[in-house]
Design a protein around this ligand. Structure first.
Ligand SMILES: NC(=O)c1ccc[n+]([C@@H]2O[C@H](COP(=O)([O-])OP(=O)(O)OC[C@H]3O[C@@H](n4cnc5c(N)ncnc54)[C@H](O)[C@@H]3O)[C@@H](O)[C@H]2O)c1
Ligand SMILES: [Zn+2]
Ligand SMILES: [Zn+2]
Length: 397
């Protein structure tokens, strides 16, 4: 029997419908708790009714969510003008109800109640970037994420710092992640930032098995960047930070040379160490992962002639620095790329990275040093600011 495309689609839909669409688990509560930023440095737990499910909705019981530097930035000073807002965009949880139109995730995998899920970006789909450059939707000015939307009475469950998240937004993307554990799922968004930056660096042609790559700044971003490079087969990694705990973690992740900039406290001293492990030349490639303008200026000196740099440390505007373009860029023929966020398409690759890191026993879960329940998220933010830990998370009880 020959089937046409429409018949095949109808059969697939029926099968997928049997597996998922329109189902709900037995116990959907009437209300949900959210940790709402009501004023600068003031998160309060509030309760809202869970809205009636619409056909394209997904209701998720939250299991946890990473605290991102962006959350802390908003918590401190509201630079995005979102207050009141439920923050948290690095979240994950279990689907407890599905609208009847929802069949698959954004990669086409079938979805059902009980599946583990993460959200990715909400694309505008209409701007010039989205229409004409669909491979770079990370550069859409209107791109959003759940957790950076601002409070809305009709849809109060739009951030992951909550007991429940309601996925309801045109252009929302989400992925089934049943094969990752909770820690891996909470680290997925951070990893995605780094996988995107890896791909940006790789576009220069300078990353290969023999590359000597320098990572400047060993916060969650720099450390995850080391893990991504290792998983991609790059083993000669030079890591710089001023915090012994972070330098130790870099070593554990496989960095060959670790430099404490408080001990090697001049540019010349650091250069001497870097040259001593790169045949006197400097690094083939560098990832700049601090938000410090002084560091962003120094990094050019660490790179060899003909080498490259990925600047990824300024997700927020931390000011300017000056370099001499003759020495820093032109004479060296520096291959410079910036890296900004990620696109939904980076998610499946990042899941593959996480599985690879697990196989290689790179202990990325150790990045999570502190977890807090919903009613202690002000403390979670304070802990992030203190830099005593590495990755801070909200973990549902
Ligand atoms: N490109 C993107 O898409 C993207 C996404 C998220 C975050 N970021 C940016 O990445 C940066 C790092 O994020 P994070 O969460 O790891 O932050 P973090 O503040 O935890 O880490 C920064 C690290 O840089 C170190 N540092 C400061 N000055 C230094 C210097 N002179 N030399 C070496 N190390 C130095 C600090 O000790 C710290 O460990 C942030 O500034 C953030 O804006 C970028
Ligand atoms: Zn984030
Ligand atoms: Zn757009």
């Amino acid at each position: 029997m020959e089937l046409n495309a429409a018949q095949i689609e109808s059969i697939v839909r029926r099968v997928l419908g049997d597996m998922g669409g329109g189902h709900a688990s037995a116990e959907i509560p009437k209300t949900a708790r959210v940790a709402m930023l009501t004023d600068k440095k003031n998160i309060q737990v509030k309760e809202f009714p869970i809205p009636a499910l619409e056909d394209d909705d997904i209701l998720v019981k939250v299991e946890g969510c990473g605290v991102c530097g962006t959350d802390v930035h908003e918590w401190r000073a509201d630079p995005f003008g979102l207050i009141p807002v439920v923050l948290g965009h690095e979240g994950t949880g279990e689907i407890i109800a599905l609208g009847k139109n929802v069949r698959c995730d954004s990669a086409g995998k079938p979805l059902k109640v009980g599946d583990k899920i993460v959200t990715s970006v909400i694309s505008c789909g209409e701007c010039g970037i989205c229409r004409l450059h669909p491979g770079t939707t990370n550069l859409c000015d209107k791109q959003g994420v759940f957790g950076l939307i601002g409070h809305n009475d009709a849809q109060p469950l739009n951030g992951w710092f909550a007991s429940h998240l309601l996925i309801r937004a045109k252009g929302a993307t989400y992925f089934r992640v049943n094969d990752l554990n909770l820690d891996q799922r909470m680290l997925l968004e951070l990893a995605c930032v780094c996988v995107h930056a890896y791909n940006r660096g790789n576009s220069t042609g300078l990353l290969n098995f023999g590359s000597r790559v320098l990572i400047q700044g060993l916060g969650p971003v720099g450390l995850m960047m080391i893990a991504v490079l290792r998983a991609a087969g790059i083993n000669h990694i030079i890591a710089i930070d001023g915090t012994p705990k972070r330098l130790e973690m870099a070593k554990k992740f496989g960095a060959k040379t670790c430099i404490n900039f408080r001990e090697a406290d001049t540019l010349d001293k650091r250069l001497e160490i870097i040259r001593s492990v790169t045949d006197g030349m400097g690094a083939d490639f560098a990832y700049q992962c601090t938000g410090a303008p002084a560091a962003a200026a120094d990094v050019y000196s660490y790179i060899r002639r003909g080498g490259g740099l990925c600047e990824m440390g300024f997700f927020v505007n931390n000011g300017e620095f000056s370099i001499n373009p003759h020495f820093a860029m032109c004479n060296k023929e520096i291959n410079l790329v910036g890296s900004w966020d990620y696109s939904a398409e980076d998610y499946p690759t990042t899941m593959a990275f996480l599985r690879q890191a697990e196989e290689m026993k790179i202990p990325i879960e150790e990045l999570i040093t502190h977890s807090y329940p919903l009613d202690q998220l002000n403390e979670a933010m304070e802990m992030n600011v203190s830099q005593q830990g590495i990755k801070i998370c909200y973990r549902a009880e």
